[in-house]
Design a binder for this molecule. Sequence first.
Ligand code: DX5
Ligand code: ZN
Length: 216
Amino acid sequence: MPIIAPSLLAADFLKLSEACKMLNESEAEYFHLDVMDGSFVPNISYGLPIIEQIKTATTKVLDVHLMIVSPEKYIADFKKAGADILTVHYEACPHLHSTLQQIKAHGMKAGVAINPHTSVELLKEVIKDIDLVCVMSVNPGFGGQKFIEHTYEKVKVLKQIITTAGATTLIEIDGGVTENNAAKLVAAGADVLVAGTTVFKAADPKQMIATLKAIR
Ligand code: DX5
Ligand code: ZN
């Protein structure tokens, strides 16, 4: 059964406390929070003050996905705001190994996100240092986009790299996840499913989380 990580991006921002309450009562384990800077990605979302507030209202693991340039500058700030898992983009980190060590030194799990064009092979040398790989199954920046089919193949290769290295790295899929592609993703090796639109635009979000969670 996959770990479910609903993405706040698709929620009604005027009703954040309702979103937190729904999530707390659901079977989701993570709350996926997307931070965008308008530079690494062509969109601006929200930042530290929102995450601080969410932290006071949720019992779930805060899975923070940084789509920003120079993420290493803000590691202490996101720890202070309440992040449990801090994910940086491979494409934004010239000194990835060092950044991962800094995240862990601050007491958080370290994640690496890769864009659709980035090969999973590039993570081989640091796979044991990564707690979670976030495989982007859309181009980062916006919710509600169409799932990129090549993702299944990437997940299979990544799973092989993790197994061969004897690592415990989790594979997270982010973008365009629905109840229709979730089973195939889990079969390919996915451990964590991020779902924004699929959860928050569902008639019954809590039930949708349960449906995704029941997949095996
Ligand atoms: C996209 C974000 C995703 C987004 C997913 O850049 O990283 O987390 O919220 O949204 P859906 O599930 O709607 O594709
Ligand atoms: Zn994300």
